[in-house]
Design a protein around this ligand. Structure first.
Ligand code: KIV
Ligand code: ZN
Length: 388
């Protein structure tokens, strides 16, 4: 089994399905260029058959992006698949991603189709798509809530038709890491031709476990592709977040033993671009890309980090695209952090007694003010009256 983990970004398709996150062609193109800069393996650029606008966006991205595979989603029917192929025509490397639901609930209530009808439609769709494109991905929608034996039959059939990637979505975010990972492992065991496809995970975040489930799908289930979005953007509570899954696999390479080709220094620029484009603010305590992800406020932590960064940092801020980590001065800060900031500001106090006095004034101010900025420090050192 390969030790490369394929990163499939669906910010521009599943991410855009987030209410209020719809993007123009130009906005999608700008984000696609950033994803390419970040060395994302596959960019799902949209759902070409869903609207003329999305068709044009997929086409423009297919023409502009050269280093990533460009993918379009398509329902399992000839019209959607033809439309996807048409939009993808300018791409250097393209993929058609076709899907149909396989859970009893979706088949009976939504599709109003029998198992045999779904099996046949999936088979025909992949056969049709395979004649238009060399790279086909198949997703059984609501796969995780599907009967595993029926799902195995569908997967076996579509692999036989030439689907090179089989993606098992946890469409409604129902999974629990061990259970989802184990489901994928057992499913692969039931599919006789499973080694002819790359297995992929696609997890939603309804219970806040999209990243954990995806990682379990990799570790326990043997998936070698993760579908994810920048900032975890996506339907309802979102999708698995790219920055978290990538940094987990990189930081815990000792556990996963996998390579990811992402240029991680492009992660924060990508996060900011998606946030500015969609207007979806990133929460300050969001892992990796939140404003506080590398900020230290407590005196004990600040002292530790100033002595050796790895005391309280498991990743480098610079490695994910921040300029630096942050020592936030406030009422919990210690003397060491205060002295360090004086030094950075080029302020030289004559004696330890002067430092002590300035530190005391800083603490008094910090009791009244949430965060102390550099301007506050300059003022309190220059003008004792600030604390009055
Ligand atoms: O969540 C889902 O099931 C999907 C599929 C279309 C892959 O987004
Ligand atoms: Zn999805």
């Amino acid at each position: 089994m390969s030790d490369k983990l394929i990163i499939f970004d669906t910010t521009l398709r599943d991410g855009e399905q987030s209410p209020g996150a719809s993007m123009t062609r130009e906005e999608k193109l700008r984000i696609a260029r950033q994803l390419e800069r970040m060395k994302v393996d596959v960019i799902e650029a949209g759902f070409a058959a869903s609207s003329n606008g999305d068709f044009e966006a997929v086409k423009a991205i297919a023409a502009a992006v050269k280093d990533s595979t460009i993918c379009s989603l398509a329902r399992a029917n000839d019209r959607d698949i033809s439309r996807a192929a048409e939009a993808l025509a300018p791409a250097q490397r393209s993929r058609i991603h076709t899907f149909i639901a396989t859970s009893e609930l979706h088949m009976e209530k939504k599709l109003r189709m029998t198992r045999e009808q779904v099996l046949e439609q999936a088979t025909l769709a992949v056969r049709f798509a395979r004649n238009l494109c060399g790279d086909i991905e198949f997703s059984p929608e609501d796969g995780y809530r599907s009967d595993i034996d029926f799902l195995a039959r569908v997967c076996e059939a579509v692999i036989r038709e030439g689907a090179g990637t089989i993606n098992i979505p946890d469409t409604v975010g129902y999974g629990i890491p061990e259970l989802y990972g184990d489901f994928l492992r057992r499913l692969r065991e039931k599919v006789p031709n499973s080694d002819q496809a790359i297995w992929s995970v696609h997890c939603h975040n309804d219970l806040g476990m999209a990243v954990a489930n995806s990682l379990a799908g990799v570790k326990i289930g043997g998936a070698r592709q993760v579908e994810c979005t920048i900032n975890g953007l996506g339907e309802r509570a979102g999708n698995c977040s790219l920055e978290e899954v990538v940094m987990a696999v990189k930081t815990r390479r000792d556990y996963f033993g996998l390579e990811v080709g992402i240029d991680t220094s492009q992660i924060v620029p990508a996060s900011k671009l998606v946030s500015q484009t969609t207007g979806f603010v990133v929460q300050p305590n969001k892992a990796v890309v939140g404003a506080n992800a590398f900020a230290h406020a407590s005196g004990i932590h600040q002292d530790g980090v100033l002595k050796a960064r790895d005391t309280y940092e498991i990743m480098r801020a610079e490695d994910v695209g921040w300029a630096a980590n942050k020592i936030v001065l406030g009422k919990l800060s210690g003397r060491n952090a205060f002295k360090q900031r004086l030094q950075e500001l080029g302020i030289q106090l004559e004696s330890e007694a002067e430092v002590n006095a300035a530190f005391q004034r800083f603490k008094d101010l910090a009791d009244r003010k949430n965060e102390i900025f550099d301007e506050d420090i300059i003022a309190l050192v220059m003008d004792e009256s600030v604390t009055a």
